[in-house]
Design a protein around this ligand. Structure first.
Ligand code: GLP
Length: 234
């Protein structure tokens, strides 16, 4: 595990953006795995800024996002497709057809999971995956479980995740209960992983990186990843 300790959210964002920028510069047609939530917003701002300065070109990249709520379409302001369009895709020269987020309004979420996973495999796998972490150790929407789910699949969100996400909704009842997420296996097959740990995540990062590897703490499996970089604000 590579570990970068930083003093501020700005530094965390800059460090993460530099790693993604290096990936794009080394391989312009990289497959980038993106995340949502508050942790990566600054990283996307940095990437947009590097694009505007002429340092980065997104025209050949392909992107796959970790997850999407069941019921969210591109117009849902709390949905993850909307988030990505807003924070990154509309601000750089990425080919929109090469950007992928699970389809939250598909007829059959189980089939959608398989379709999404097959597309990732068909693209040659993810070169670099950006991750945040939930307070219970979830990555993507892989919640604490009795096993590590392998491929993209339908999940029921836990009470703790529903509560954490309620801040974006008028009330808790409106928070979606289900999501489609890359599996832990999908994430582990990414060639590089960057895990962002903002203030307040110290305890779960400690448990994930130094505690027992267990599906109780989904992020703990990252201890077995050959190229993971944890960037933590301390
Ligand atoms: C959501 C997302 C995760 C994200 C987590 C943490 O549940 N599905 O991908 O890592 O929230 O969010 P935040 O970065 O806002 O703390």
């Amino acid at each position: 595990m590579n570990y970068i300790a930083v003093k501020s959210y700005e530094s965390l964002s800059k460090q993460a953006a530099l790693l993604i920028a290096a990936q794009i510069l080394n391989k312009p047609n990289s497959v980038l795995g993106f995340a949502t939530g508050s942790s990566p917003i600054g990283t996307y701002e940095e990437l947009v800024s590097m694009y505007k300065q002429g340092i980065l070109d997104f025209s050949k990249v392909t992107t796959y996002n970790l997850d999407e709520y069941v019921g969210s379409d591109e117009n849902d302001k709390n949905g993850y497709r909307y988030f990505m369009n807003e924070h990154l895709f509309s601000k750089v020269n990425v080919d929109m057809d090469a950007t992928h987020v699970p389809n939250g309004v598909c007829e059959d979420p189980t089939h959608e999971g398989k379709r999404y996973e097959d597309m990732i495999v068909g693209a040659g796998g993810v070169d670099i995956q950006l991750l945040g972490i939930g307070l219970n150790g979830h990555i993507g929407f892989n919640e604490p479980d009795t096993h590590f789910p392998d491929t993209t699949h339908l999940v029921d969100l836990t009470e703790s995740t529903i509560k954490a996400n309620a801040r974006f909704y008028a009330n808790e009842a409106e928070v979606p209960r289900k999501a489609i997420t890359m599996g832990v296996g999908t994430i582990m097959r990414a060639r590089k992983v960057i895990l962002l740990a903002t203030k307040g995540k110290e305890e779960i990062i400690q448990r994930s990186m130094y505690g027992p590897i267990s599906p109780d703490v989904p992020a703990s499996i990252l201890q077995l990843h050959p190229d993971v970089t944890v960037i933590e604000v301390i």
